[in-house]
Ligand binder design. Structure first.
Ligand SMILES: Cc1ncc(COP(=O)(O)O)c(C=O)c1O
Length: 377
């Protein structure tokens, strides 16, 4: 699925030097390596502030808490994402309200969110948390309009979307606050767990900085109950190096996605969708959006058999995500049942992520597509 060593080799000396600098200066937590990364990151995204923290999960909680979301409030989000997109709302003390996804992009559907807001529990909603799934922004035009109409905050789960854009604005600079993950498999990745909150609001940035250090603005004076979710110097230093390369890596991912399209089309396998018949429905870039292809996710009806077929040929693939969040044991308390979100449930049965990373070779992609063609024949 992913060979991280191909990214590491060409920049290994630069990374070792950066890590060596942290050891020389002994700035292990926050400090200069982290603030230097935060400043460059904010500049690259066009956001006013970036606040490093210890994971994408913590970044989501920090973003919500810093934006003032807490007990007695509800937040609308998607059932088709990584668990943290919903658990962060519970962690902030608020109630998650779920709405179904668009079958074409797998992102939260603004029309479904509107229905939830108009429903019995919608009155408690104070924010919408769209996820930019697989590296493509959720329909920000529609969400901005809805949030504006209803006086709601928009919080971005941009964990998978470093460098993605909506109408020329980068993910991370679209909402009241955004959360990024630098988990090692992400487009921009740390050497361990790391995350970041971005915002254009001075107030949200100040609160996020305070909350990531046990509610301290002054050392040992605690204004609120926060948590320890600081970013380590090693991760900041490594991320600052990789930040210089991420645009090129994202462009390479875009080229890999374009090549998949050509190969599937040439093999006569690409179907129009949104649902697959006998072939595969390919992912696409929405007009006005810049997709950074964190994942390349096809839809296919005999998904599990195809995955086993590929595995037998040592071709990696992955299912993001096999169980929609409303059907997870840990979230039964939310009160949803099977059938509540048909698009998310169908997607969970049909999606398959194929290998995609900047260094994936042409011949490797041909092998993947040829194997899928063989399976479908
Ligand atoms: C959509 C989404 N949200 C949140 C997270 C949580 O990030 P982390 O694993 O860094 O805590 C991830 C990453 O796994 C993710 O993909």
């Amino acid at each position: 699925m992913l060979d991280l060593k191909r990214q590491y080799r060409p920049i290994h000396q630069e990374l070792l030097d950066a890590v060596g600098h942290v050891l020389e200066t002994q700035q292990f937590i926050l400090g200069e390596p982290v603030s230097a990364f935060e400043e460059s990151a904010a500049r690259q995204l066009g956001a006013a502030h970036a606040i490093g923290c210890s994971s994408g999960t913590d970044a989501l909680w920090l973003a919500l808490a810093a934006a003032g979301i807490g007990p007695g409030m509800a937040v609308v989000t998607t059932p088709f994402s990584f668990f943290a997109s919903v658990s962060c709302i519970l962690r902030a003390g608020a109630r998650p309200l779920l709405a179904d996804i668009e079958p074409t992009t797998f992102n939260l559907d603004p029309a479904a969110v509107r229905t939830v807001l108009d429903g019995p529990r919608g009155g408690a909603a104070r924010a919408i948390l769209p996820v930019h799934l697989y590296g493509q922004c959720a329909n920000w035009g529609a969400f901005a309009q809805l949030a504006n109409e209803r006086g709601l905050k928009l919080i971005e789960d941009a964990a998978q979307a470093w460098g993605a854009e909506w109408n020329g604005v980068k993910a991370g600079a679209l909402g009241a606050a955004a959360a990024f993950s630098f988990y090692p498999t992400k487009n921009l990745s740390a050497a361990g767990d790391a995350g970041m909150v971005t915002t254009n609001s001075e107030d949200v940035a100040d609160r996020a900085r305070m909350l990531r250090q046990h509610g301290m603005r002054r050392r040992y004076y605690h204004d609120e109950v926060g948590w320890n979710t600081r970013l380590d110097g090693f991760q900041g230093a490594i991320l600052a190096v990789k930040l210089k390369y991420i645009e090129g890596w994202n462009e390479a991912r875009r080229a890999v996605a374009a090549r998949y399209y050509q190969l599937f089309a040439a093999a006569g396998l690409a179907e129009a969708g949104p649902y697959p018949g006998h072939g595969v429905v390919l992912p696409h870039e929405v007009a006005g959006s810049r997709h950074v292809w964190h994942q390349y996710v096809i839809r296919t009806p005999r998904r599990d058999d195809l995955r086993a077929f590929l595995a037998a040929r040592k071709i990696g693939s992955e299912i993001y995500y096999p169980v929609p969040l409303h059907m997870q044991d840990a979230l039964k308390q939310l009160g949803y049942a099977e059938g509540s979100f048909p698009e998310a449930e169908r997607a969970a049965r049909e999606v398959l992520a194929l290998p995609i990373f900047p260094e994936l070779r042409d011949d490797e992609q041909q092998t993947v597509v040829a194997a899928i063609a063989e399976f479908l024949s």
